[in-house]
Design a protein around this ligand. Structure first.
Ligand SMILES: [Zn+2]
Length: 393
């Protein structure tokens, strides 16, 4: 499932509003374009929106020639191709309408254009000092994760990052319960009064279903408090929104053949067409039709694990023998091909040449903190000790 789809499913329209937020700039821009009514310097300011610099300046009252000259000067101080819709400009004129200066702010950098000798424009780049602040919030689940964190004052992008940080270990769609507790520490980089970036430094989630889950950012990855990476080799299931309809059983009576035949996999009941994802990255060793399994995909993940996905209605794009797939990639769609009583995914995993029970398997961690970095990790973790242990932050 793509991240965008996942976000929408997790957060519904709240997320859509946030991600669509950039678009609201164009309407705000026009509202900000009214010149100040004072008799002193006249200031026009606003966000670029989806306009190029010359157009924004013309909308701010510049003539075509002046707008072009100012935009050219801005281009000497900032790379115009990197400007973004939320970059802001400020145009200041004296009481006679003469240009005093134009400032265009892009992140922590500002282009300042001033009139020089002989009507030439001078352009300079200024860099605002970047201030980093750390913030911490704790709260309780009441309804969804999104609404609970939002009402505790956590910014939207941090809620998304928090959910992504725990995506291998907590299923926030089905495992959140009222009364569960969350804590998150994040930092904000700001310059010139604007937040440039936010990122999660540490987080904890303690729930009835999930138990206590922790995350600390260290060397660019998230680890739990014991130093084990949160990124798992395997997803928790090959598909979302399904229920397990038949478990691994070494002596099951087969529903069609009506003989005792072991069920070496897990069946997930789901509607025909539901996307099926590779639970881990690997190489496709089979993507073809078999009599019993119908359309089946087999993936070898490493020297130890192989997974199999059967009864597919069709294959995912580019899925063929020899192709590489990444974790989460859609490799096919639920169906009922082969020997099957109805639409479902039959999924099985082989460990060292033997079929294993995926739901009971102790799945390997992707990695742990290297021995040489353990002391540094312990120091990083110490900063968030109260937060991780669930006491107040
Ligand atoms: Zn099955």
């Amino acid at each position: 499932m793509s991240n965008a789809v996942r976000r929408t499913l997790l957060y519904g329209t709240a997320a859509a509003l946030v991600w669509g937020g950039a678009r609201a700039h164009s309407s705000l821009t026009n509202a900000a374009l009214r010149p100040s009514p004072s008799l002193g310097p006249a200031v026009v300011e606003g966000a670029l929106g989806n306009r190029l610099v010359p157009q924004a300046l013309r909308d701010a009252g510049c003539g075509p020639a002046e707008a072009a000259a100012l935009a050219h000067a801005v281009g000497r101080a900032l790379d115009a191709r990197r400007l973004r819709p939320d970059d802001r400009f400020r145009l200041v004129r004296d009481a006679e309408g003469g240009l005093m200066h134009l400032t265009l702010t892009h992140g922590e950098r500002r282009a300042v254009v001033t009139p020089g000798a002989g009507g030439r424009l001078r352009a300079a780049t200024r860099r605002d000092p970047v201030a980093v602040t750390e913030r911490r919030v704790s709260g309780e689940i009441n309804g969804s994760l999104w609404l609970s964190m939002e009402s505790a004052g956590v910014p939207a992008e941090i809620i998304v990052r928090f959910a992504e940080t725990f995506q291998w270990t907590v299923d926030f769609l089905s495992e959140t319960r009222d009364g569960d507790r969350f804590s998150v520490a994040w930092n904000e980089r700001a310059a010139g009064g604007r937040v440039l970036a936010r990122s999660v430094d540490a987080g904890a989630y303690e729930g009835k279903t999930t138990g206590r889950r922790t995350a600390v950012l260290f060397d660019g990855r998230y680890y739990d408090e014991d130093g084990e990476s949160l990124e798992r080799m395997f997803l928790r299931a090959p598909l979302k929104f399904a229920r397990v309809s038949s478990r691994f059983d070494r002596s099951r009576r087969h529903p069609i053949l009506r003989i005792n035949r072991p069920h070496h996999g897990t069946d997930y009941a789901a509607a025909t067409g539901t996307p099926v994802s590779a639970v881990a990255g690997g190489v496709i060793i089979a993507a073809h039709r078999e009599r019993g399994f119908g359309n089946v995909v087999k993936i070898r993940h490493d020297g130890v694990y192989t997974t199999l996905y059967a009864h597919l209605s069709r294959f995912g794009r580019g899925v063929r023998k020899g192709a590489r797939v990444e974790q989460g990639r859609v490799i096919g769609y639920v169906g009922s091909t082969g020997m099957s009583t109805g639409p479902h995914l039959h999924f099985q995993i082989e460990k060292n040449g033997r079929w294993a029970d995926f739901l009971a398997l102790e799945l390997p961690f992707a990695r742990t903190v290297e021995r040489a970095r353990r002391a540094a990790f312990a120091a990083a973790r110490e900063r968030f000790r109260p937060l991780l242990s669930g006491s107040s932050t």
